[in-house]
Design a protein around this ligand. Structure first.
Ligand SMILES: *Cc1c(COP(=O)(O)O)cnc(C)c1O
Ligand code: SF4
Length: 337
């Protein structure tokens, strides 16, 4: 492990970009030339779940368009603080019950999820973890208990770095964790669930590629999170290319979101853009009923129709699996064709 007292390294470029993210709703509205009348509601919603938008994401939003699909994912709205429909709650997936060790969540038999950090580079308003006490649940660099649990569970052959966003951690910490995981013989794959290469493509730098490429035995799988084709600009596509060049298999998960990607043409275009950037679609998730996100819901019958339309027009390998998470189920529950 990297000693916590190690001398401070110079900040990587991505860390400077992360530190300069927009967190003030007034600045977001001003920069995007949006109606200042949105401010009081944005402030109220941001008090419950702060605004966070890094510059590379901001640059992909069309100024002056309050319905921009990239804006809707990050703009705090009055709808978040309205009374929520029945069933919308703080911990929709019962995750607090799935903690098997500090910083380790286990729901499915062969995979375990490491809560590497509570931090993210971007705050997605629909996030099912918006109320989860990550600061308490994340291992915060103290991996001993999670590693001991993994050593004692030979039926687990895949470790998933999750969070928050694991790539919000510095590479020194990630490299040390990956080395510790490599020493557990029954682990075969290392999966990373991250939105950072999309939010800040500069995150995929030489230091990240060095430790990924240096994995001797574990096969790396990076599952990114893209909801709309316009999220993939040239810089993001290049970042995906760098991840592939250092040996990672790339998959994408999306959330089906009202106003963002709730039509078949947008979803088909997303699959094409992903494929052109070297990523295969993996999951299209139904929204988890987290309090504050009800305005993003696409009802299941409509989701099934959209998915059927996709399946009727795309090659099978470009059709994501439509899934919902049912607390207590042995795997994600697949819907549709
Ligand atoms: C979604 C999820 C996984 C991964 O499931 P896959 O179907 O293998 O992608 C693992 N653990 C938890 C707790 C999850 O929520
Ligand atoms: S990056 Fe992922 S974990 Fe972080 S807020 Fe967005 S959806 Fe949630």
């Amino acid at each position: 492990m990297i000693p916590r007292s190690a001398p401070a390294r110079p900040r990587a470029e991505w860390q400077s970009i992360l530190a300069a993210s927009v967190t003030d709703p007034a600045e977001l509205l001003r920069r995007l030339r949006l109606d200042p009348a949105l401010l009081p509601a944005a402030r109220a919603a941001a008090a419950a779940f702060p605004l966070r938008v890094p510059e590379p994401w901001l640059a992909r939003i069309r100024p002056g368009d309050p319905c921009d699909p990239l804006l809707l994912q990050v703009l705090p709205l009055g709808a978040e603080t309205q009374p929520q429909p029945h069933g919308y709650r703080a911990d929709p997936l019962g995750e607090s019950e799935a903690l098997a060790a500090p910083g380790l969540m286990r729901k499915y038999r062969s995979r375990a999820l490491l809560l590497a950090t509570g931090a993210c580079a971007i705050h997605c308003r629909y996030c099912f973890r918006r109320h989860f006490p990550y600061a308490e649940a994340a291992a915060a660099g103290r991996w001993e208990a999670a590693l001991a649990w993994l050593r004692a569970h030979p039926e687990v052959d895949e470790a998933i770095l999750s969070g928050g966003d694991p790539l919000a951690l510095p590479d020194g910490r990630l490299a040390a964790l990956a080395a510790a995981l490599e020493s557990i013989a029954h682990l075969r794959r290392l999966r990373i669930h991250t939105r950072l290469p999309v939010a800040i493509p500069q995150r995929v730098d030489a230091a990240l590629c060095a430790w990924l490429d240096g994995l001797a035995r574990l096969r790396p799988v990076v599952v990114v999170h893209v909801n709309h084709p316009r999220e993939i600009d040239g810089a993001v596509a290049a970042a995906f290319g760098r991840l592939r060049a250092c040996g990672a298999t790339l998959l994408n998960q999306s959330v089906l979101l009202r106003g963002v990607n709730d039509d078949a043409e947008t979803l088909a275009e997303l699959s094409f853009r992903l494929f052109e950037a070297g990523v295969l679609p993996y999951y299209l998730h139904l929204l988890d009923p987290v309090a504050g996100a009800a305005h993003f819901e696409v009802p299941e019958p409509e989701a099934r129709r959209l998915h059927a339309a996709l399946a009727a027009s795309l090659p099978g390998y470009l059709v994501p699996r439509l899934a919902r998470e049912v607390p207590g189920a042995p795997a994600k529950t697949l819907l549709g064709v």
